[in-house]
Design a protein around this ligand. Structure first.
Ligand SMILES: [Zn+2]
Length: 209
């Protein structure tokens, strides 16, 4: 299996109306045409693309490298994820952000990728120019810090120094405590209906119902 150590974040730098299907298809067709002679199985520079409604498009198979990061070694060891849209100009929708976080969480956990190795395209040192920032990609409005925080912390309000982080993580992994919109709000009161749900999930986990 390929040694995947990095995820590189891109934008398409184009408008991508609707769910992004038309743009995703056009990108794949372009990239396939560009590389089909040297690499007959080539699908796309990006392994995944995400539209503004949160729809995810699969591109290059994960086991194949692709040419997206402006650095040969990083290309061999990375996955390319492209957010469809132009974030030099526009702001990302909540749906697209959430779908990106979900996908990145899955990839990070599947390949054990460290937070410092989830990079914007412009953070990669180009082996052509020898410079960082040889591109603007994924755009100045790309919510990079916010996205990394969401991908690498279980809940936005349960940091590494929170005393019951381990207990909450265990309950989350068992599907008993799910949080609300990415927050745990540990100091808030529990409603009766939330209590019922916790008891229900616990009994289900124990095989009593
Ligand atoms: Zn890029």
């Amino acid at each position: 299996m390929r040694n995947i150590k990095y995820i590189i974040l891109h934008h398409s730098a184009t408008e991508a109306p609707g769910d992004g299907s038309a743009v995703a298809d056009a990108i794949m067709l372009n990239h396939r045409r560009r590389w089909q002679i040297s690499f007959p199985n080539y699908v796309c520079d990006y392994h995944y693309m995400i539209g503004q409604t949160g729809k995810i498009f699969k591109g290059q198979p994960e086991e194949l490298p692709s040419w997206h990061a402006t650095n040969y070694r990083v290309n061999l060891e990375s996955l390319g994820v492209c957010f469809l849209g132009n974030f030099e100009v526009n702001i990302m929708s909540k749906e697209q952000f959430n779908a990106g976080v979900k996908l990145l969480k899955e990839l990070v956990s599947k390949y054990g990728i460290k937070s410092e190795n989830v990079l914007r395209h412009k953070d990669v040192v180009s082996d052509i120019t020898g410079l960082r920032n040889s591109t603007l990609c994924p755009g100045k409005n790309f919510p990079y810090e916010e996205m990394l925080t969401s991908v690498f912390s279980l809940f936005k309000d349960v940091g590494d120094d929170y005393p019951y982080k381990e207990e909450i993580t265990t309950l989350y992994n068992l599907g008993i405590v799910l949080g609300d919109n990415g927050e745990m709000r540990p100091k808030n009161c529990l409603k009766r209906e939330e209590g019922f749900l916790l008891i229900y999930r616990l009994l289900k986990f124990l095989g009593k119902i």
